[in-house]
Design a binder for this molecule. Structure first.
Ligand SMILES: Nc1nc2c(c(=O)[nH]1)N[C@H]1C(S)=C(S)[C@@H](COP(=O)(O)OP(=O)(O)OC[C@H]3O[C@@H](n4cnc5c(=O)[nH]c(N)nc54)[C@H](O)[C@@H]3O)O[C@H]1N2
Ligand SMILES: Nc1nc2c(c(=O)[nH]1)N[C@H]1C(S)=C(S)[C@@H](COP(=O)(O)OP(=O)(O)OC[C@H]3O[C@@H](n4cnc5c(=O)[nH]c(N)nc54)[C@H](O)[C@@H]3O)O[C@H]1N2
Ligand code: SF4
Ligand SMILES: [Mo]
Length: 749
């Protein structure tokens, strides 16, 4: 016997390219697989959009796939204990319990809530609405009202659609002003921009400036040419004073979009009370600095203002988001290279559909929350209303709840109250991949597919991308036998709700629905479209239709060089299809009733009265704000060993002056108390904080009983949201207030 015969033939390694689904940067990854196991994950250098960039979370997709705690089969709770079940048993259980509840109490006795990961799964994003519509309830909630609704509402009012977001043209700008965002760590949000750091450094290398306004000297601020501390919750005052200064100093110029902008005079008038002197104390930035910032912005040849959740998750979130675009517009930077531009997405964008240049615009308040009276916004009620809608008796009280890829017990203000409320439900179904702080309350848990077993195309993020592109990822690994795709699960649930029964075939339902949609969308051409998409189903078919009908599409053969699903699929190994730098799109992209940029929406001018009255508002002595870390993502990646290792990340950052006043040394554990609750966290004393402001990350608190997150439970951390008041919202958008909440701190003896 020779040695050679002992060596098994080498198992071939296959190489796959997959868009990372873990944050908004949408990096292209290169994944090597051997024996059905992932052996390496790195950035895909040839990716036309992300050019090889990757952060530590991308590598963690392997841990996510292999995590023994990740659910692979449905769970049914019997006598308080979860038992593994087959899919048939799980759907049968839902059919047994849900329809009678709806029959007895009506559709508004149901609720549905969808969370952040759904934005990264085409199946969830394109089919969630079908379940919500089947339920026919007004109790629809999402993480958008913990995050971005203010920006969506202000953009909708100005430009006519909820996802028409003006994006900084970072590779051509000379001056980037960032407020309430930390893209070096978060990798960008409402702005898909992988390798922000590299792009910011390139901006500086060509002589441009990056300026950051944040109550913490963040990783982005550390990179910046200048950083200014701001009192939490006061961006509206700074921004209004900057707009005031533009008018006062004759710096307003509208540039190329002048003829398409309505309402400039109304804006000028509305800003009268907001002199830099009046705003200075309120926002903690001197009048001189406010003027200097404004002059620098106006003087830059090309400039962009970008603001994110620090400015959204506050009492004046919609006003602050609006004023960011007012500044962009009045400095002549709206819709021009080097300023802010709108993406032109290859598929699914409303601002490329219908008649160009005019539309219905957006409206809110088509219905209201039963208990608080909060208005519906973009089809949703505020997430922070959910607990009271479950607890408060009367017609329309939520008795049955669906949760889809969300963990509001940790991610929503006053999670402990919500946890208690969930226990009072008659029935709860969760679509999730973990038994965690929220899903432990469910009666049935239906596991989602591992991203590596799922195909992918980003529905939302190409509408927010720094450059236009179309990229498709096939599944990296074969599916788990017997596990439905998440869109099929959503259709099954819709069928059960509609009385079609748990036996209904999801694919047949999908075909029937598609035939109806095709009639509506394509009229006389419907049959040709059905024929042309033969063999496709679910979100893949929806994608083919969206791409071919979209702005770069082949228009079903009429533009033969245009995009089809097959063409985008074929570009996978070469890093996708680049569709070029963003281009000016006004007036064509507008969908406002006037066909103009409506710079002074009446609802915003009216809400400004609230800010005017608050100009002299006093700051509490000590407030808490949130923080993100590159190795975490909201509440759900703390169970992945590669991310969880290393120093504890859930620490409270305290300025030395505050630490001294409170008798807290670096490294001690302290109570943090608000009127709503109390948590404990380790103190880290640092000059990076604005005095009077403490920073504690959100998404922690994995020490509740009944969850199955073994790695996360080893170092549970403190739940910031146990301190926050769920009744505090931005009234226009319904967004939660997540920062600037008054606290006290005390050494744990
Ligand atoms: N205090 C404070 N609170 C905050 C924030 C803050 O800055 N401060 N940030 C807010 C923001 S911006 C957001 S977006 C929200 C996020 O809040 P949520 O939308 O609740 O999102 P996560 O907390 O990330 O929880 C995601 C859930 O989805 C599950 N999941 C993950 N992948 C999949 C999948 O592929 N399929 C299915 N079915 N489920 C999956 C996870 O197990 C987890 O239960 O948190 C908000 N909460
Ligand atoms: N690593 C990592 N990446 C993530 C996430 C994550 O959890 N971890 N979450 C993802 C999600 S869901 C989102 S929405 C994005 C969010 O993306 P970003 O908006 O970039 O998120 P943050 O890092 O929370 O940045 C918000 C900043 O606002 C500051 N801030 C707080 N209050 C105020 C205020 O009143 N005014 C001003 N001007 N600033 C204030 C905070 O100090 C913080 O630096 O990140 C995404 N990416
Ligand atoms: S920045 Fe990290 S988490 Fe975000 S898409 Fe890229 S690799 Fe994934
Ligand atoms: Mo978010």
């Amino acid at each position: 016997m020779t040695n050679n015969t002992l060596i098994a033939p080498a198992t071939p390694t296959t190489t796959h390219h997959r868009i990372c689904p873990l944050c908004e940067a949408c990096c292209g990854l290169e994944i090597k697989v051997q024996n059905s196991k992932v052996i390496s994950i790195r950035g895909h250098d040839a990716d036309v959009f992300s050019a090889g960039y990757i952060c530590p979370k991308g590598v963690a997709l392997k841990d996510l796939h292999e995590d023994p705690d990740r659910l692979r089969t449905p769970l049914i709770k019997r006598n308080g204990i979860f038992e593994q079940a087959t899919w048939e048993e799980a759907f049968a259980e839902i059919e047994r319990r849900l329809p009678p509840l709806i029959a007895a109490h009506g559709r508004n006795a149901t609720g549905i809530v969808v969370g952040n990961p759904s934005a990264h799964k085409i199946g969830l994003l394109t089919y969630f609405g079908k379940l919500a519509r089947a339920l026919g309830t007004k109790n629809v909630f999402s993480a958008s009202t913990l995050d971005q609704m203010p920006k969506q509402l202000s953009s909708g009012l100005l430009f006519g659609h909820w996802l028409s977001i003006a994006l900084p043209d970072i590779t051509r700008t000379d001056y980037l002003l960032v407020l309430g965002a930390n893209p070096v760590v978060s990798n960008g949000s409402m702005w898909t921009v992988p390798d922000f750091r590299g792009k910011a450094k390139a901006l500086q290398a060509r002589g441009g400036k990056l300026v950051v306004v944040d109550p913490r000297r963040t990783e982005t601020a550390a990179l910046a040419d200048a950083h200014h501390f701001i009192r939490p919750n006061s961006d509206v005052f700074l921004l209004a004073a900057m707009v005031h200064t533009l008018f006062a100093e004759g710096l307003v110029k509208l540039g190329t979009v002048a003829e398409w902008v309505d309402g400039v005079d109304a804006v000028e008038q509305a800003m009268t009370p907001f002199t830099p002197e009046a705003a200075a104390t309120r926002c903690g930035i001197s009048a001189d600095t406010i003027r200097a910032l404004t002059r620098a912005l106006a003087a830059a040849p090309r400039a962009a203002v970008y603001a994110r959740i620090g400015t959204c998750t506050q009492e004046y979130g919609t006003l602050a988001s609006w004023l960011v675009d007012v500044l962009n517009t009045l400095t002549g930077n709206l819709d021009r290279a080097g300023g802010v531009l709108f993406a032109k997405s290859a598929a699914f964008a409303s601002n490329t559909a219908g008649k160009p240049g005019i539309g219905k615009g957006v409206s809110t308040g088509r219905h209201h929350a039963r208990v608080s009276g909060a208005p519906e916004v973009y089809g949703e009620l505020p997430m922070t209303c959910m607990a009271e809608e479950i607890e408060t008796p009367g017609e329309g009280q939520i008795r049955a709840l669906f949760t889809v890829a969300t963990n509001p017990v940790l991610s929503s203000p006053n999670g402990p109250r919500l946890a208690n409320a969930l226990d009072t439900l008659d029935f709860m179904v969760s679509m999730d991949i973990y038994l965690n702080e929220t899903t432990r309350h469910a009666d049935v848990i239906l596991p989602g597919v591992s991203p590596l077993e799922d195909f992918h195309y980003d529905v939302a993020f190409p509408q927010l991308s720094w450059r236009n592109h179309a990229r498709y990822s096939p599944p990296v690994l074969p599916p788990t036998p017997g596990q439905p795709e998440e869109w099929q699960t959503l259709l099954k649930l819709a069928a059960i709700v509609q009385g079609k029964g748990a036996q209904a075939d999801a694919d047949a339902l999908d075909d029937a629905q598609f035939a109806e949609d095709a009639q509506r969308l394509f009229g006389g051409h419907a049959n040709a479209v059905i024929e042309a998409t033969h063999g496709l189903k679910g979100p893949q078919r929806a994608l083919e239709v969206a791409l071919r009908s979209g702005p770069y599409g082949d228009q079903w053969g009429r533009t033969p060089d245009g995009l089809t699903l097959a063409k985008v699929q074929a570009s996978n190994s070469t890093g996708g299809i680049d569709l070029g730098a963003l281009q000016p799109r006004i007036p064509e992209m507008l969908r406002t009733p006037s066909g103009k940029v409506e710079l002074a929406p009446p609802s915003l001018l009216q809400d400004l009265q609230r800010a005017t009255q608050d100009l002299r508002g006093l700051a509490p002595d000590l407030v808490v704000i949130g923080r993100r870390d590159v190795r975490t993502n909201n509440s759900w990646m703390h169970n992945l060993p590669v991310l969880a290792k290393g120093p504890m990340r859930c620490t409270a950052l305290v300025h030395p002056k505050d630490a001294q006043r409170l008798g807290l040394q670096d490294g001690v554990v302290a109570y943090i108390r608000s009127t709503g609750g109390q948590v404990q966290a380790q103190v880290h004393v640092t000059e990076d904080m604005m005095p009077g402001v403490v920073s504690l990350p959100h998404g922690w608190g994995h020490d509740v009983p009944g969850a199955q997150l073994r790695v996360a439970a080893e170092r549970p951390g403190a739940n910031l949201n146990a301190l926050l008041d769920e009744r505090r919202r931005d009234p226009l958008s319904g967004n939660a207030v997540l920062g600037g909440v008054a606290i006290t701190m005390q050494l744990v003896a």
